[in-house]
Write a protein that binds this ligand. Structure first.
Ligand code: 13P
Length: 251
């Protein structure tokens, strides 16, 4: 059976003190050990959040990005090795905000996936279409291309470590959620593309998260979809009660 995951992407939010307070509140209200909770704070808070969570059952840590090189003269950048050494097990790669605001393309993201795996980090690879893509009915093609160029160069054993997060860009931070029909439809499409490339066994084990205005009110319905294995949560992960309520939405 596939794992159930709720990942909170804090983006560029929270001071260190506020982040640690949020973690305390999440721990206090967290009673669902059947769900893996992943917390993704800013780089600068990774070690402190990891330290706080290291004895807590069912919690792991993600960075929100990494550089594509192992190390070197890249002022201001953070490597996968540094992230792992700070206590994280995961790294979000290709978030739509990285693609849109920082011009990250599939070729670069494929390099980031490789360096993450080399350093024993599990990539949470984000993909998804824009509003224009969906209106033009090219959303499946767009996601297929992101899969092909970003992930499908991996060996089967490397691919099987990766988590995929579907983020309809038009639903991120907008309060608009994909309908369960749209979410399940795309997740099913992604799983069938993985099946075509890597076969049934790997496709049935691939973890697919939904991200895009997932909150305490809609999580239950989204998580009930056959091919939705959890959520990548932005805004709603910044409040402990809401995050925990999303975690408890799993039946
Ligand atoms: P929102 O939940 O705020 O829409 O953000 C989703 C997201 O970007 C998760 O990484």
């Amino acid at each position: 059976m596939r794992k159930k995951i709720v990942a909170g992407n804090w983006k560029m939010n929270k001071s260190l003190a506020d982040g640690l307070l949020l973690v305390d509140e999440i721990i206090r209200g967290s009673h669902n050990n059947s769900v893996l909770k992943i917390i993704a704070p800013a780089f600068i808070h990774l070690a402190a959040v990891a330290e706080k969570l290291k004895k807590e059952e069912g919690f792991e840590i993600a960075a929100q990005n990494c550089h594509q090189s192992q190390n070197g003269a890249f002022t201001g950048e953070v490597s996968a090795e540094m992230i792992a050494s700070a206590g994280a097990q995961y790294v979000i790669i290709g978030h739509s905000e990285r693609r849109i605001y920082f011009g990250e393309n599939n070729g670069l993201l494929a390099q980031k996936v490789n360096i993450a795996l080399t350093n024993n980090l599990i990539p949470i690879f984000c993909l998804g279409e824009s509003r224009e893509d969906r209106n033009a009915n090219v959303h499946l093609e767009k996601v297929k291309q992101q899969l092909k160029e970003g992930l499908f160069n991996l060996s089967p054993s490397d691919f099987s470590k990766v988590i995929i997060a579907y983020e309809p860009v038009w639903a991120i931070g907008t309060g608009v959620t994909a309908t369960t029909h749209q979410a399940q439809g795309m997740h099913h499409f992604i799983r069938s593309e993985v099946n075509r490339k890597y076969g049934k066994d790997i496709s049935e084990e691939t973890l697919l998260l939904y991200g895009g205005s997932c909150n305490a009110d809609n999580a239950k319905e989204l998580f009930a979809c056959l091919d939705v294995d959890g959520g990548l949560i932005g805004g709603a992960s910044l409040k402990a009660a809401e995050f925990n309520s999303i975690v408890n939405s799993f039946g």
